[in-house]
Design a protein around this ligand. Structure first.
Ligand SMILES: [Zn+2]
Length: 85
């Protein structure tokens, strides 16, 4: 388990899924200064949205575009060294 998945309490596969979802949503709809895309993903995937939001804010992600930049960098998608991958 990496630092990020530990803080966010989701697996690296889910983290990569969240990154892809938020990236697409931001391209399509933009950021409105909230975590609405992140929360939408969490709801769809059965993840506790408030808990996830708290973890993301701890990593510097206070809105969807910050989540992508601060919490879900692109290299994450090519980081298969997690024990839970
Ligand atoms: Zn933003």
């Amino acid at each position: 388990m990496t630092y990020r998945t530990g803080v966010l309490q989701i697996g690296s596969t889910e983290l990569a899924c969240l990154a892809a979802f938020v990236e697409e949503a931001l391209e399509a709809k933009g950021c409105d200064g909230t975590l609405r895309h992140t929360e939408q993903w969490a709801t769809r995937h059965g993840v506790d949205a408030p808990r996830l939001a708290t973890g993301l804010k701890g990593l510097g992600g206070f809105c969807d575009c910050e989540v992508l930049v601060n919490c879900l960098p692109a290299d994450l998608l090519e980081e298969p060294d997690d024990s839970d991958w």
